[in-house]
Design a protein around this ligand. Sequence first.
Ligand SMILES: NC(=O)c1ccc[n+]([C@@H]2O[C@H](COP(=O)([O-])OP(=O)(O)OC[C@H]3O[C@@H](n4cnc5c(N)ncnc54)[C@H](O)[C@@H]3O)[C@@H](O)[C@H]2O)c1
Ligand SMILES: [Zn+2]
Length: 785
Amino acid sequence: MAEVTHEQAAAEVAELTDRINGAREAYYGANASLVDDATYDGWMHRLEELERLFPEFAKQDSPTQTVGAAEETGLDTIEHAERMLSLDNVFSLDELREWCAKAEELAGRKVRWLTELKIDGLAISLRYENGVLTSAATRGDGRVGEIVTENALKLGDIPERLSGTGHPALVEVRGEVFIPVAAFEKLNRLQEEFRRRYVAEKRAQHETRWGDKRVFDEEKAKGTAGRMFPAFANPRNAASGGLRQQLDKKKTALEREASVARIESLKLFVHGIGAWADPPVAAQSEVYELLESWGLPTSPYTQVFDSIDGVAGFVEKYGAERHSVLHELDGIVVKVDELALHDEMGATSRAPRWAIAFKYPPEEVQTKLLDIVVSVGRTGRATPFAVMEPAHVAGSVVRQATLHNQDVVKAKGVLIGDTVVLRKAGDVIPEVLGPVVEKRDGSEREFVMPERCPECGTPLAPAREGDIDLRCPNARSCPAQVRGRVEHVGSRGALDIEGLGEVGAAALTEGTDGQSALLSTEAGLFDVTIEDLFPIRVLVRDVETGEPRVRDDGSYDYRTPFQRRRKLTGRDADAPYDPGAETFAGDELAVPSKAAEELVAELEKAKTKDLWRMLVALNIRNVGPVAARALAGYFGSLDAIRAASVEQLAEVEGVGPIIAQSLTDWFAVDWHREIVERWAAAGVRFEIPGHPGPGAAQQEAGGVLAGLTVVATGSLEGFSRDGANEAIIAAGGKAASSVSKKTDYVAAGPGAGSKLAKAEELGIPILDAAQFAILVTEGPAGLGL
Ligand SMILES: NC(=O)c1ccc[n+]([C@@H]2O[C@H](COP(=O)([O-])OP(=O)(O)OC[C@H]3O[C@@H](n4cnc5c(N)ncnc54)[C@H](O)[C@@H]3O)[C@@H](O)[C@H]2O)c1
Ligand SMILES: [Zn+2]
């Protein structure tokens, strides 16, 4: 730590103490998080550090010496028979190993470890006297908690009377009340339903009272509904509020229903005991067995280890699998299993010395919502997204998150300038959960959906009446849509063109000042030459803001992605790019970059890719790879598809009326047909060579595999994955994706897995690639079957 003077430390301790106490009050009192947990933990950590360096500041009432906060919600309180403690934290595996080693040193021998998942809920103490529940209480400040017995009993997980035998005169069973992840999602859907019902109720009341004489103020009713039945931002605070809510009679029937639903979503896992003088067991893990036998729910994730390595393995395992756990994970709790050591090691005023909490890097952080910007995608959909101060979350830096549409912005209740809670879980797309309302200062402003497309200025409109999403109708030449479509052509599910990703597509379609875009639509894509690419300039943008970078002289900064500089040596035998220029040895010359050569070569290669890929690349609404494969396999050429009626298209298995209509609508547009014509003129192949023509494959007795079902699995030499299925269909057979009793043949190559095993189990004939090739050309007879 940097040198800190006594004076500076005094000020920092006072400041941290203030902040922590403020956050605690909100967290434990109002079930609200003023800062994210990682920040809070950071403050605590720093305070501990300062108090270690300057012991004179370590006051008895410091947050480092106390637990939770006294809760003042008007609920009755009870004094715990034994104090409820917190846990000390470590934030890395090294720190955890160090802590374990120290504990073994303290114990004077190897220790048996109990590892548990740290449940992100709220602590509860269940007081049983001779097996009967006398109270359920929150932790409070560790000495005195709030009584929540009535609500606790509604959980269903908390027995009023323990089963089994051997109940002590007094025991406080400690556990965690939480909302399972799945129940949390359901709860938020329910809240939405309650909001809807509230508005409907108000409307009905209004109509009874006023008829048509007054207009019903729907926006106002929606606002009230939002306050009464808000979307919950996180399961911990929803659980805490749920257990502590007061079901008084003043509430409306709807509010009571919502309260009960919230309580019913709560669950309990027990993880400790208090005030039990002489438990008849020797280990914490045995305590759990005993509690379980009394009908109390314990966590299924607990494990015992003989070594610190085992503990570290557990921590790593759940680091990778934290999203498969049924509840939110607040880290790992590592406990010494032997109870004798608990007494020996004791506790500080705040936490036991025989247990520690390991914290994973945070998945939820708070950050500033700088702006809400609207982007237009390839289909013209205008999507508002959040631009945030860069935040480190779940191991990556997040700056943006989609907000889907203007109604979602409203439902989330976020204002520009708000502090927001941002979540990114594992590989999941980052999401803005909601605002931290407590942190508003009045400078925040509401987001207004623009009326015009931010890229081309065309007025936005819903595609169909009643649609929430707004679109830019200028499909042909809106730069955002062209860019999106060109990127889509290059994407993996379409023509899979290396170099035609987001950056490549932007380079081809973005005009910079003084230079118009190379492509104004995708029609010219396959005409692109190295000479076209060579002069392209791309604006250099700031990574943080996305704004174009300006040079010192005030001009924009450009990149030329399709050029590189080459120094000429001697008499350059290779003709340099610009043959007209006089060049000398030692001159630097701009020549086409590798990227330019590669892109042109890739485009050339793409021209003869599978027909279904061409179909996907055309950006026809609703036509994705699955429908495209079905269409390609059935019709064999784009001309045949274009000539087919809606009815004929819809008859194809896997197509249906909606896709059929999309296709017909698409071909009805002039500039769409122009794309096909120009691509074809550039050499794009829109057919499957040798295909027998529309429907041939599906005609009865039309092929050597008529009436037969074949499954192709693994890599079959001479066939691509789709190629194998197309060959089956072309031969009049049915290409199935799973093996069943109805399967006639299974063609299996290297990499075949469970399908092969299933075929063996069912005794279905298994063919290799060579036999499969015979099967699809000559039928079973060719194999002597
Ligand atoms: N964001 C905020 O403003 C804010 C404010 C206060 C606290 N917090 C967060 O709340 C926590 C505060 O710590 P704390 O003092 O409540 O203690 P803690 O959560 O760090 O540890 C103690 C608690 O862990 C719980 N727990 C869960 N699973 C357990 C298990 N398997 N075994 C034993 N105990 C288990 C127990 O209820 C116990 O009371 C931290 O995660 C902190 O980030 C956040
Ligand atoms: Zn537009």
